[in-house]
Ligand binder design. Structure first.
Ligand code: BDR
Ligand code: CA
Length: 321
């Protein structure tokens, strides 16, 4: 099978870490590098967290690049209330020995120029992407596909009644990317990701399968689960980012439609993704907006890949997933 080359642009982040684990356990993908942006935590902290996840996956050979440390115009507002002071659930793990490279934006540009077909899966604010586009738009002619976890169409936001976190942190970058990227953006927004809930039942289950990865997943999601209970009255935690990776691999997991999208970058609706589903603006669609997902199929895929060797037992788990 020919592997698809991808750059994962992210802000780890609890659910980013889970998404990286999923990508690294997926034979369809060749992860060329991780580029880190500020979002859930400042970019340098996110880069350290990325190394931790690479260590768990035994893939410290994958390069980690720090990218932009601040949004294009707004002040940085992190989500350490949601992801913990350290960004991965307040476990305060020791730093992993591994190199953190500088120049995430240039890595994106150089890779797009060097490689034939590269896709980008963006799991954080779109600052690195917008900067790369501003610096070298032509490089993006080689871009194969672009998936962005972000935005909200017919569902309430998670930072304001209308805004999702990634687009709210850097709305100028999100809007710039939607307006200038030469490829349609697959918008994996809250409409679909809110359905992806990692429950205590599933956590109990994975701990019975295997010890190392399940310990990591249990530890990093504990804080996130407490946050969801206090904030939203949910038992479990919404893991947004892995759905973007899963959808990139298997289009059957989600359904959506093509539309023109832009992102509000000032005023009361700052960060809102405006989806022109009725074609008022008469503009060419620049996005494929996802609206439906098969959450059970996602969860089975996620678990079967991270816990290889336990596929049969995972398939047989009626009532757990
Ligand atoms: C997004 O915001 C972050 O907190 C998550 O990592 C995810 O990328 C969800 O709104
Ligand atoms: Ca993220």
């Amino acid at each position: 099978m020919e592997k698809r080359k991808v750059i994962i642009d992210c802000d780890p982040g609890i659910d980013d870490s889970l998404a990286i684990l999923l990508a690294l356990n997926s034979d369809e993908l060749e992860v060329l590098g991780l580029t880190i942006t500020s979002g859930n935590v400042p970019a340098r902290m996110g880069a350290k967290n990325a190394l931790k996840t690479l260590q768990i996956a035994n893939r410290l050979d994958i390069p980690v690049y720090v990218g932009e440390e601040f949004p294009l115009q707004r002040k940085l507002i992190t989500a350490q209330d949601t992801h913990g002071e350290d960004g991965i659930g307040e476990n305060f793990y020791d730093d992993v020995k591994g190199e953190i490279l500088e120049g995430g934006v240039d890595f994106i540009i150089d890779t797009l120029k060097r490689e034939e077909k590269v896709s980008i899966i963006a799991l954080g604010p779109l600052t690195n992407i917008a900067k790369a586009l501003m610096k070298d738009k032509d490089g993006f002619d080689n871009l194969d596909e672009f998936v962005s976890m972000g935005g909200a169409f017919r569902i309430h936001g998670n930072c304001s009644p209308v805004a999702e976190f990634n687009y709210w942190v850097d709305p100028h970058a999100a809007d710039y990317t939607y307006k200038h990227l030469p490829k349609k953006i697959h918008m994996v927004g809250l409409d679909v990701t809110r359905k992806i809930v990692l429950t205590p039942n599933i956590i109990e289950f994975i701990n019975r399968l295997e010890k190392e990865k399940s310990k990591f997943i249990t530890e990093i999601t504990r804080f996130y689960i407490d946050f969801h209970w206090q904030q939203e009255g949910i038992i479990g935690c919404v893991i947004n980012d892995p759905l973007a990776v899963a959808y990139f691999i298997d289009r059957n997991l989600c359904k959506g439609f093509d539309s023109y999208v832009e992102v509000v970058h000032d005023g009361v609706a700052i960060g809102q993704s405006i989806v022109d589903s009725f074609n008022f603006y008469k503009k060419e669609p620049n996005a494929h907006v996802l609206t439906q997902t098969d959450e059970k199929a996602f969860m089975k895929m996620f678990l079967k890949r991270i816990f290889k060797g336990y596929e049969e037992i995972i398939d047989a788990t009626e009532g757990v997933i």
